[in-house]
Design a protein around this ligand. Structure first.
Ligand code: FVH
Length: 293
């Protein structure tokens, strides 16, 4: 008989994680602040605990998926003494330093800590395409690989507990700026009566094709070779961005999404790099790399 695991937090994501474990026949104890949210899982075989204390008696790993860092502390701080010797897998979205803080807190209480960052929406859990990034205790990662594999592809980023979150957040920067850019474009064509749906039909394959540029940009950044042949210069990009800002304003659409990019490019030109490649945006943004500036 497998030792029951515990799920603390049964929002959309916590419920999906617990449901996948139950579907694989893993005995699970579930708890949620608002008890109603546990009912469906109870009907699918989970043991519904009334308190966090009751939920953690099982002995298996404790999977936490709550709103944010504060809610994690609110739930686990009161039971810290009872968690000594246990494995805590925290899949709540936190910043890298919040993950590191939790890892230190865990060590202080004799708890083995594995941090996770979910790169999926709830309906993707257990389906192809779902991925979860992990960092922190390697032992906890290895010992629970089968469980983690029920949710999606697992990637381990090493013992620094902040690294899963750092990679998660770095990827989400790309996602949110892309969404914002798409919405600005939709507003521009929308000003002339084009629906966002029609615009999305054109934008989607274009953006997908543009992601093909990422490996070349990355190679330029890693080689710090901004003067190499074949690159789109900062001067060229500046002219393009100036036109985009003007076109946006002329259609009555706020260009606040694009302006900071334009400003960064202009600062690099002012610094004397106008003939160099646009990947120099990286140099304007970074604070340090490999201890260098
Ligand atoms: N849903 C998604 O698409 C994303 C994808 C990527 C990663 N996330 C992160 O997963 C965490 C949980 O997200 P969620 O979708 O399950 O969120 P909710 O459905 O809003 O559920 C929130 C749960 O947190 C409980 N909770 C909030 N505050 C407290 C508190 N102070 N004490 C105890 N529990 C708390 C809440 O309980 P209740 O409101 O039902 O009583 C829910 O169980 C999150 O970090 C995402 O960023 C999901």
């Amino acid at each position: 008989m497998t030792t029951p695991m515990t799920f603390l937090g049964l929002g959309a994501m916590g419920s999906a994680l617990a449901a996948a474990a139950l579907a694989a026949g893993r005995p699970s104890v579930v708890w949620n602040r608002t008890p109603d949210r546990a009912r469906a899982l109870g009907e699918h075989g989970a043991t519904v605990a009334r308190t966090v204390n009751e939920a953690i008696t099982g002995g298996g790993p404790i999977i936490v998926c709550l709103l944010d860092h504060q809610s994690v502390h609110a739930v686990i701080d009161p039971v810290a003494a009872s968690l000594s010797g246990r494995v805590l897998i925290n899949l709540t979205t936190t910043t890298p330093n919040q993950a590191r803080e939790l890892a230190v807190w865990a060590v202080e209480h004799g708890i083995t800590y594995l941090d996770g960052a979910i790169m999926a929406v709830p309906r993707m859990i257990g389906q192809p395409g779902a991925a979860i990034l992990y960092s922190g205790s390697q032992a906890a990662f290895e010992e629970n690989r089968e469980l983690l594999g029920l949710w999606g592809h697992s990637d381990y980023f090493g013992t620094d507990p902040g690294m899963a979150s750092l990679n998660d957040m770095a990827m989400l920067v790309g996602m949110y700026t892309m969404f914002a850019g798409f919405l600005q474009g939709a507003a521009m064509v929308g000003a002339e009566g084009v629906s966002a749906t029609e615009f999305a039909r054109r934008q989607t394959p274009f953006l997908a094709a543009m992601t093909g540029q990422l490996p070349a940009l990355a190679a330029t950044v890693d080689a710090e070779d901004y003067a190499g042949a074949g690159q789109q210069s900062l001067e060229f990009t500046e002219a393009a961005l100036a036109a985009l800002v003007t076109a946006s304003v002329e259609t009555g659409v706020n260009a606040d999404v694009l302006r900071p990019v334009h400003d960064i490019v202009r600062r690099q030109i002012t610094a004397g790099y106008g003939r160099q490649g646009t990947a120099r945006i990286f140099e304007e943004l970074r604070t340090s790399r490999n201890g260098r500036r």
